[in-house]
Design a protein around this ligand. Structure first.
Ligand SMILES: [Zn+2]
Ligand SMILES: [Zn+2]
Length: 531
């Protein structure tokens, strides 16, 4: 029995795991890479023959988990693709859209290539490959055990991340030897807003756990809401425009819900337009509305009052590219558009037209991968090339991580602590600093962990090795992230425990730590200048 970590190893995107058990071969997720070096990684040959794969299991619809599955169908895969019903419905619209974007991009490249006598560009996959893949989809119910291949049984449990998202429990049996592996998929926070809470699982030999925010803590829902409302209030005073780069699935619906609440509770808005500029937007929202029973109790209560959580006053769906361009003329408004990392899609054009204006605001509500336009803006670059044009960044930039569909470090630890069998945690789906810091946090709690290398193979045995036969990779640069996150935790504790009228001995300790931190920051910025 073997498990190979083929993607999302020390990075966030490109999730893919191969499981071999007896003669069975099963894949969990086959996602697209986004950000740095993505074209090369996406088109790299598969390290397995798709025709030999018995089944594909899909944790959720997001493209970094599902986006390359049509490529399997294109290359001879003919088994079943299992996912929950909402996942099956969502990938239908996402894959079609993705094939369309790939076709347009290939046409554009082909024209460019022709001028240099280069061969035409080939898209990663085409509409017909998507059609093939869609025919292989099989909806799986939550909480029901299913046999997906000889010796491989699985159960989908709610992951609380987006509609239809699942944690996958997998039971492997090879000639009577049994091993249980759990794939966390992307995990929602412990206190979710839109979805139900992540399912509690207590038994496993191995757990693959995501670590997107494994090195940091989010603000609470309430704080994030207040932060969002403050940005909105300020932008309305300035009569400016708010740009919200957002995944069209889930993040966008969450933002619509936040606008609905803002109007209900604060009596604000409603008079200015909220453009949801995405041809996919209507379809994704319709799918959300069909699965009301899967929402959190908070959203269900809202629905029970006869209200639509995804239809704030002023909402306008934008379909055509012409309509999208007209938004440029509307000054005081909100624009929600994909992609969530601003590495493509209509948001790029909106940012080009408005990010230079200090009256405007850009609000990031999701993870930004290294190498994407979103990441560069968040990291404070002031001059950018956007859609072929040099633009100055003068709009106010905000990041509201508390709206994330991912749990933070403490949420992940809380979920991991549910296991009573002392499994080995394979920490994936996180940048190296984040994955390392999270592995350390698991260590501190007495849980065993490893951060797999890309392509690393694990021989699966019942009760994963208790000795340190698997050594964790600890990169030097991980130390910085870990220390900073430890300081962050200490700060939070300090805020909670420190009396308002602390005595002189406590104050003097606090002053010393402040001075030390100031010195470190100053030294770092001097070194940065010298470089
Ligand atoms: Zn996701
Ligand atoms: Zn993901």
């Amino acid at each position: 029995m073997k498990l190979t970590v083929l993607g999302a190893a020390q990075e966030v995107t490109g999730s893919c795991y191969l499981i071999e058990c007896g003669s069975s071969r099963v894949i969990v997720d086959f996602g697209i890479y986004q950000g740095q070096d993505d074209d090369r990684k996406n088109s790299t040959l598969l390290p397995f023959a798709p025709g030999e794969i018995d089944a594909v299991l899909l944790t959720h619809a997001h493209m970094d988990h599902s986006g390359r599955i049509p490529l399997l169908a294109r290359n001879g895969f003919s088994g079943r693709i299992w996912g929950t019903l909402p996942t099956v419905e969502l990938v239908d619209i996402l894959w079609r859209d993705s094939a369309k974007l790939m076709r347009e991009e290939a046409e554009w490249r082909t024209k460019k290539n022709a001028r240099k006598s280069l061969p035409p560009a080939d898209p990663l996959y085409r509409d017909e490959d998507v059609d093939k893949a869609l025919k292989l989809l099989s909806p799986a119910s939550y909480d029901e055990k299913i046999d997906v291949a000889e010796g491989v049984a699985v159960r989908f449990r709610d992951a609380g991340h987006i509609l239809g998202s699942a944690i996958i429990e997998m039971w492997l049996d090879e000639g009577g030897k049994q091993v249980k592996v759990v794939f966390s998929g992307d995990l929602g926070p412990q206190k979710t807003v839109m979805e139900r809470n992540p399912a509690i699982i207590s038994q496993a030999d191995y757990v693959l756990i995501e670590s997107t925010y494994g090195d940091r803590l989010h603000r609470s829902n309430e704080e994030s809401r207040q932060e969002f409302r403050a940005v909105y209030r300020k932008a309305m005073e300035d009569h400016g425009k708010i740009y919200i780069p957002s995944f069209v699935v889930d993040r966008a619906q969450r933002i619509l819900y936040e606008f609905a609440l803002l109007q209900d509770e604060e009596g604000m808005g409603g008079d200015i337009p909220i453009f949801f500029d995405s041809p996919l937007g209507v379809k994704a929202t319709e799918i959300y509305k069909r699965h009301g029973s899967l929402f959190s109790s908070e959203v269900q209560r809202y629905l029970n009052q006869g209200k639509d959580p995804f239809a704030p006053d002023g909402l306008r769906y934008v379909q055509s590219a012409d309509e999208s361009k007209k938004i440029n003329e509307v000054k005081n408004s909100v624009v929600i558009a994909g992609s969530g990392m601003a590495n493509g899609g209509r948001i790029v054009h909106h940012l080009k037209h408005g990010i230079w204006n200090p009256m405007n605001d850009v609000v990031f509500v999701g993870y930004q991968a290294v190498g994407t336009l979103g990441r560069r803006i968040v990291e404070g670059e002031k001059k950018l090339r956007i859609a072929g044009e040099e633009v100055l960044v003068r709009a106010a930039i905000h990041t509201i991580n508390g709206f994330s569909a991912h749990g933070d470090r403490d949420d992940l630890i809380t979920w991991a602590k549910n296991f009573t069998t002392s499994p080995l945690f394979l920490v994936t789906h996180g940048e190296p600093e984040s994955a390392d810091a999270f592995a350390d946090a698991l260590d501190v709690e007495g849980m065993r962990s490893v951060v797999p290398e890309p392509g690393q193979v694990f021989d699966l045995v019942a009760e994963a090795p208790r000795t340190s036969s698997v050594r964790r990779r600890t990169a030097g640069k991980g130390d910085t992230g870990r220390l900073l996150s430890e300081i962050q935790v200490l700060l939070r504790d300090a805020r909670e425990t420190m009396p308002k009228d602390a005595d002189e001995s406590l104050l003097s300790l606090l002053r010393s730590s402040k001075t030390l931190l100031e010195t470190a920051v100053e030294k770092a910025s001097n070194e940065q200048e010298q470089r």
